[in-house]
Design a protein around this ligand. Structure first.
Ligand SMILES: Nc1nc2c(c(=O)[nH]1)N[C@H]1C(S)=C(S)[C@@H](COP(=O)(O)O)O[C@H]1N2
Ligand SMILES: [Mo]
Length: 307
């Protein structure tokens, strides 16, 4: 159902439930220990204006799996660590600085971000470079909506993204073996592709901290590490920007990192993947099945060289 004339949503309208519970805990004093930790993990409802035609009809991966099997190295490298260690990550107030080759640079707080465009639900496949996959009902809008607002100059050819990094809140990051802040990048046309999602929620609610609260990218035709979490800065630039996993091992992780079953990782095959919750492996599909929307951007490019 499409709801027209949606009233503007204020981020304070969607106070994460754990903050709300913390407040209650404070008010309730010693009785607070009775409040269940599991309830405190879930976030608050988000008003979704429409369901996106880009959605897959494949069965959703359960929320439990998507919120407890995570890669978020700032909060540890084991899959179950981010859901534990990001519990108290402070995501409010939050702002994203947008700068570089644009006519209208600026700082967007969460209220401003949520006013850029109506929120859509988009059910996307997500394929990690480690050969596991999930199907997630993300909430957000096309990244292009934000980029249009800042008006890229003709000199802008790439978009560089940077995650928030605070070693005090993310002490486990010191042992992760990659450098922080986490950085990622896209070519401008990739960033402007309608499939590229600026994401503020999942499963009807704001993002859990371990999934990249309060705002992340979801780039469904590329390996999961391109979908940078907890974004603090976006810069429009002339040259291809550095990316965290490429800096860590350029032979293994290229700038493009489009899902491709025919280009193996040097240490494992990319031909198949395991959907979380399923027993048998399934075939991996070129561009993760989004070729119709994205293949044209790579016409004439050697996908083996530009891995
Ligand atoms: N800042 C940051 N963003 C990140 C990562 C990370 O470690 N740090 N991991 C990436 C990887 S490898 C994947 S597969 C996805 C995982 O997203 P999910 O935990 O929501 O499934 O986030 C990506 N974004
Ligand atoms: Mo990943």
């Amino acid at each position: 159902m499409i709801i027209r004339n949606r009233p503007p949503l204020s981020y304070s309208d969607v106070t994460p439930r754990n903050e709300y519970l913390n407040r209650r805990r404070f008010l309730a004093g010693s009785a607070a220990v009775l409040v269940s930790g599991a309830a405190a993990l879930r976030a608050a409802k988000l008003n979704v204006a429409s369901k996106s035609p880009f959605s897959t009809s494949e069965p959703l991966t359960p929320f439990k799996d998507v919120s407890t099997y995570n890669n978020f190295y700032e909060f540890g490298t084991a899959k179950d660590q981010p859901s534990q260690l990001a519990k108290n990550f402070k995501t409010s107030p939050w702002h994203i600085k947008v700068e570089g080759q644009v006519n209208k640079p600026g700082v967007f707080d969460m209220d401003a971000i949520l006013k850029i465009a109506p929120l859509e639900e988009r059910i996307y496949r997500h394929r990690c470079v480690e050969a596991w996959s999930i199907v997630v009902p993300w909430i957000g809008f096309s990244l292009s909506e934000l980029l249009k607002q800042v008006e890229p100059k003709s000199t802008a050819k790439y978009v560089a993204f940077e995650s928030y990094y605070d070693p005090k809140q993310m002490p486990a990051g010191a042992w992760a073996g990659i450098s922080f802040p986490y950085v990622e990048g896209l070519r401008l046309d990739e960033a402007m592709n309608p499939l590229a999602l600026l994401c503020t929620g999942m499963y009807g609610e704001t993002l859990p901290n371990q999934n990249g609260a309060p705002v992340r990218l979801v780039i469904p035709w590329k390996y999961g590490f391109k979908s940078i979490k907890s974004i603090a800065k976006i810069k429009l630039v002339e040259k291809q920007p550095p990316t965290t996993w490429n800096l860590s091992s350029s032979r293994e992780y290229g700038f493009y990192s489009n899902v491709n079953p025919q280009v193996d990782h040097p240490r494992w095959s990319q031909a198949k993947e395991r959907r979380l919750g399923e027993f048998l492996k399934r075939q991996t599909i070129l561009f993760n099945g989004y070729g119709q929307q994205v293949a044209g951007m790579y016409n004439g490019m050697d996908l083996r060289k530009n891995y």
